[in-house]
Design a protein around this ligand. Structure first.
Ligand SMILES: NC(=O)c1ccc[n+]([C@@H]2O[C@H](COP(=O)([O-])OP(=O)(O)OC[C@H]3O[C@@H](n4cnc5c(N)ncnc54)[C@H](O)[C@@H]3O)[C@@H](O)[C@H]2O)c1
Length: 290
């Protein structure tokens, strides 16, 4: 297939934080786009959130009202996978981060989508090699990893597994470009891909500096922002992501690599045990007024 808005039907699986905005990005780029979720409530919530999002983009002058209206017309919400999968040319799976759920989705997509359709997963931690065989078309499977919020963030990591064909890589990169994104190609599956590995390295070093009494967390954050132009310091970022999520990611990475440097951090885990999860709980490395 070629990545052409005029003749390509994009199907997004999962209408959560990522799926909804990935689907809207595709619809805004001119693609006929379907979004499927097992939960009708989630689809309705996603539709409402996307309306609010595009209304704000129109008000701030980032999007014309005609373009917004046209994009909403291109977007179809459905709980019936059979109804939308049979004409899909490119699928981006953004369902719950659980391997058994994703394997089942790829098996069903392998049966329901046309032979030529590429099946990509947006997973942050699961390499597509883990779901490729279930699809029955491993050469047309890869990771296509967007960043949150997907409507805004430009980078998309395209990750090939050993059986991904060059045509699949080329089409996925071209599709990402046609969505206005800047794709990067990752030639083999490594935990965390590029961005989360870079972020993990900064985070580990920040935690080591704090534990060693070298500087306060405030001064480490100030340095990251004022000297390196990071939009947020590593401690602020951990609070935003959620310290429970930071711990889960470290646990999953450690299970895969066995590298002691990837293991969950003691200081972070002790905050989690105290119920300090970051912004969402009102306290983490810092305290927040809700
Ligand atoms: N949240 C992030 O910052 C982020 C960033 C990049 C990538 N990701 C990846 O994106 C994926 C989705 O993450 P999210 O944060 O949007 O999750 P989420 O929990 O917000 O949404 C997941 C959605 O999947 C739906 N779902 C579950 N099983 C399904 C099925 N069988 N068929 C259709 N829909 C199903 C759920 O109802 C839910 O609405 C994950 O693989 C995650 O690793 C997340």
């Amino acid at each position: 297939m070629d990545a052409n808005p005029g003749s390509t039907h994009i199907l997004v699986i999962g209408a959560g934080a990522m799926g909804a905005q990935i689907a809207m990005t595709a619809a805004l780029a001119g693609y006929a786009t379907s979004i499927n979720d097992v939960s009708r409530t989630q689809l309705d919530a996603a539709a409402a959130q996307l309306r609010t999002r595009t209304d704000k983009m129109v008000q701030s002058g980032k999007l014309g009202s005609g373009a917004a209206a046209a994009a909403h017309v291109r977007l179809r919400f459905s709980t019936e996978l059979d109804a939308v999968a049979s004409s899909a040319d490119f699928v981006i799976e953004a369902a719950t981060e659980r391997l058994e759920i994703k394997r089942e989705i790829f098996a069903v997509l392998g049966r329901l989508t046309p032979e030529h359709a590429i099946l990509a997963t947006n997973s942050s931690t699961l390499g597509s090699s883990k779901v490729a065989a279930a699809s029955g078309r491993p050469d047309r499977v890869c990771n296509m990893h967007f960043f949150n919020p997907a409507l805004v963030m430009e980078c998309v990591e395209v990750v090939r597994h050993p059986g991904t064909s060059q045509a699949t890589v080329d089409t996925t990169m071209a599709l990402a470009r046609s969505l206005g994104k800047s794709p990067v190609l990752i030639n083999r599956e490594v935990p965390g891909f590029i961005a989360n590995r870079l972020m993990g390295a900064v985070q580990r070093e920040a935690l080591a500096l704090l534990a060693g009494g070298v500087a306060s967390r405030e001064d480490i954050d100030t340095t990251a922002k004022g000297a390196l132009r990071h939009p947020m310091g590593p401690f602020e970022l951990m609070d935003l992501v959620g310290l429970d999520v930071v711990t889960d990611i470290a646990r999953a990475t450690h299970a895969e690599t066995g590298d002691p440097a990837d293991a969950p951090n003691d200081a972070v885990m002790s905050l989690v045990r105290e119920g300090k999860l970051g912004r969402k709980s009102g306290a983490g490395w810092y305290t927040y007024d809700h």
